[in-house]
Every structure is written in structure tokens, then in C-alpha cells.
Design a protein. Structure first.
Length: 271
């Protein structure tokens, strides 16, 4: 399917794009099933927050309309929205009156092995550390070199995901996912106020867990918390939930709360 630029089919961008020069923008990766963008409200909420934080004046209603029209044409797959501050000449300061550019791209749904969801995955211990920058923490901005470096650390098929910590050693997230721990009846996930990406599946699961009366704690997480966990899982907006079965010398089995939330995540992605 053709990519769209500002609502029209296109196969190129302006070389003066601030996305190329500075990574000046945001993106959303959205699962599409039967022509419907999954978790759209959560994606739009995060995008609006990012626009507010980066002072990008984007037409949110127009973006929502284009996402729905593109998803309808795509059918099934993954829709990527790249929102760029705009085009400008050399220099960090954006030119006055520059309009944001909207890029939509479609691709097939990834064919992840079924055992990732059924039996769980092993996490690689990434040495790349996430920088702490509260102004950008939580946002899905275009500067993703930390994740690029982390993902290059392993090439084997034994590890489906990597675990990332920040420069203070706190456990933050996976390379392309968010992390949850279960200890007793309590669900834990990392505080993302200093670094990390606040995933939309993470947001949906936090809301669902709260509605279901599950005790939830968002806080700093350490390796000790991981060692004391009864269950561990990672999540994102494309595959839902993968239980974690191993990290370094630690091992777990998919537990009842992981399975309960996994079923909820499937429903969220399919509706």
C-alpha cells in the first residue's frame, strides 16, 4: 500500500524535513485489524501529549480522520504515523509558521512465533543505558538511537526482547515494550517520569487493572524487584503480552495474573 504524505499518496519527503535533520517529531505504531486501528484513543492521547510537550501545533481531528481512512484501506497490518514539526532550513530554530507534516506508512503484521505468547520469552541483559531527560520521558519521539544501540547487542534467536535500565541502574522497559512484574497479588510497573516510552498497551492495562480491582504500583524498579517477582511479562500495542520465562539466571512460568491480562490484551487489540 502507498505511503501518504499530508493525506495524499507519496513516495518521498522533502530533504529539508526536520525529521531527517533533528528527529524533530513524534510517531505512533498502530495495529490494524479488519480495517480498524486498535487502541486508537490511547494512541491519540499520547500523540496529543507529545505535541503539547514539544509545542507542535498539529490538527488532532485531521490526524484521527486520516488514521481511520488509511487503516480502512490497509485492512490488516501495522500503521505507522510519523508527525514531523515540518520542513525548514538549516538551524535548530524552526521557521515561523511552518506546518507539521503527516506521514502514514503500512506494513504487514509481524509473524511472531506462537510460543512467545504461549510459553514466554527470554530477555537479553542490555548494556545500553537510557538517559534521564524528564522533558522527553514517556514520549514516542523520533530520537530512538538508544533502542537502536540496544537492539544491536544481540543477534541470536534465543532472546526475543532486551531489558533496558537507566543510567542510575533502575529497570525501565524492554527495547520495544513495557515491563510488568507480579509479586503476590500486586502488579508493578516502572515509573517513566525520567526516561522510557509510555506505551499505549501499558496505559490500557493500567486502566483495566484498576477497573478490575487489581492492586497496582507504579514506582522505581530494581534488579531486586525482578528477583522477587512471581511473574514477569512485557507488552506492546502490536503483539499484546508476552510472558517472560527467563532473564540471566532468573526463571519464571506464566502465571494466573499474566494469563488474565493477556486475555484482556487480546480483546483490546481485536475490538
Amino acid at each position: 500500500m502507498h505511503s501518504w504524505l499530508d493525506g495524499l499518496p507519496a513516495d518521498a519527503v522533502n530533504l529539508q524535513s526536520r525529521a531527517l535533520a533533528y528527529g524533530d517529531g513524534l510517531f505512533e505504531t498502530i495495529a490494524v485489524r479488519a480495517g480498524r486501528p486498535s487502541l486508537l484513543g490511547y494512541h491519540l492521547e499520547r500523540l496529543a501529549l507529545g505535541c503539547q510537550r514539544l509545542a507542535i501545533d498539529a490538527d488532532q481531528a485531521l490526524i484521527a480522520d486520516e488514521l481511520c481512512r488509511y487503516a480502512s484501506a490497509l485492512g490488516d497490518g501495522v500503521l505507522k504515523l510519523i508527525l514531523v514539526r515540518g520542513d525548514s532550513q538549516r538551524g535548530y530554530a524552526p521557521a515561523a509558521g511552518v506546518a507539521p507534516r503527516r506521514i502514514l506508512q503500512g506494513s504487514p503484521l509481524p509473524a511472531y512465533p506462537a510460543e512467545h505468547a504461549e510459553q514466554g520469552v527470554r530477555l537479553f541483559d542490555c548494556s545500553t543505558r537510557l538517559a534521564q531527560q524528564p522533558l522527553l520521558a514517556g514520549l514516542k519521539h523520533l530520537n530512538r538511537l538508544e533502542q537502536v544501540l540496544a537492539r544491536a547487542e544481540w543477534q541470536d534467536s534465543d532472546h526475543a526482547e532486551g531489558l533496558m535500565r537507566d543510567t542510575s541502574g533502575r529497570i525501565i522497559e524492554g527495547v520495544f515494550s513495557n515491563l510488568f512484574l507480579v509479586r503476590g497479588a500486586e502488579l508493578l510497573t516502572a515509573d517513566l517520569s525520567r526516561s522510557g516510552v509510555a506505551g499505549v498497551m501499558r496505559a490500557a492495562l493500567i486502566e483495566q487493572a484498576t477497573d478490575a480491582g487489581i492492586t497496582l504500583r507504579i514506582s522505581d524498579l530494581s534488579l531486586q524487584d525482578l528477583e522477587q517477582a512471581d511473574e514477569v511479562f512485557v507488552c506492546n500495542s502490536v503483539y499484546g503480552i508476552w510472558p517472560v520465562r527467563a532473564f540471566a539466571s532468573l526463571n519464571w512460568s506464566p502465571g494466573p495474573l499474566t494469563r488474565k491480562l493477556q486475555a484482556i490484551a487480546r480483546t483490546l487489540l481485536d475490538t
